[in-house]
Design a protein around this ligand. Structure first.
Ligand code: PEP
Length: 255
């Protein structure tokens, strides 16, 4: 299997932006600007926007994603949302372990693993985020760290489920900073993640799993990044909030 046979997935991470009415408007703009996509297009929206976006994307090629999920099925977890709640609303993807959740909300490699398993059990596709900080890159521990994050995230996940997960390599120093990893830097770590999956499972799983790059991907730099052998798509923050820019990225992934 090679790059052409893997799912190319362009996912927007809207973070804490857009009220429900603004969200519906952005979807309308995106539908008008979007080419016929030859890739999977996902919008990961704030939880409160899910009903409005589920309605707005009806009949389009856009898939619905969430930005977080709790690992328990139900119970006394005030403020949290379970995987089955998301699934019932038409959510298909969920971001797990975004660096902002690791940094501000105490997410650990272990809770990332639990959330990924909860998502899989409810039929959702987790987009599992891994990536190093600038300090870690400068210390020369990027490979060890990203490989460890990947191994723990997939602990206890069966091969049949693993191949359908999505991994997003997001160097923390490139998120929201305007600093993009070079295409070579990004591809190198995506390849390392693929190799790690190969060690955990086998070549078939490594060849089949979709690995995205995320970190200041935009309309200008997307083509070069998406052309790399081990980069199968993008997780896009800022540029996903602008329909024309997001459309250019979708078009680049569709080639
Ligand atoms: C992200 O939030 O996952 C992200 C990559 O953000 P940005 O594209 O704004 O760097």
């Amino acid at each position: 299997m090679n790059k052409d046979l893997r799912r190319a997935i362009i996912a927007g991470n809207w973070k804490m932006n857009k009220t429900p009415s603004e969200a519906a408007k952005l979807i309308e703009e995106l539908k008008a600007a979007m080419p016929e996509p030859d890739c999977e297009v996902v919008v990961c929206v704030p939880a409160i926007d899910i009903p409005a976006v589920a309605e707005a994307i009806k009949g389009s090629d856009i898939r619905l994603g969430a930005q977080n999920v709790h690992f328990e099925a139900s119970g006394a977890f005030t403020g949290e949302i379970s995987a089955s709640m998301l699934a019932e609303m038409g959510v298909e993807y969920v971001i797990v372990g975004h660096s902002e959740r690791r940094q501000y909300f105490g997410e650990t490699n272990e809770t990332v693993n639990l959330r990924a398993k909860a998502a899989i059990n409810a039929g959702l596709t987790p987009i599992i985020c891994v990536g190093e900080t600038l300090e870690q890159r400068e210390q020369g521990i990027t490979d060890d760290l990203v490989s460890m994050q990947t191994k723990i995230a997939f602990n206890g996940i069966e091969k049949e489920d693993a191949i359908n997960c999505v991994i997003a390599y997001e160097p923390v120093w490139a998120i929201g900073t305007g600093k993009t990893a070079t295409a070579e830097q990004a591809n190198e770590v995506c390849q390392l993640i693929r190799d790690t999956i190969g060690v955990l499972y086998d070549d078939e799983t490594a060849d089949g799993i979709s690995i995205q790059y995320g970190g200041s991907m935009n309309a200008k730099n997307c083509a070069e990044l998406l052309a790399m052998e081990d980069i199968d798509g993008g997780l896009i923050g800022g540029a996903s909030l602008k329909a024309p820019d997001f459309s250019v990225i979708i078009e680049a992934a569709s080639k």
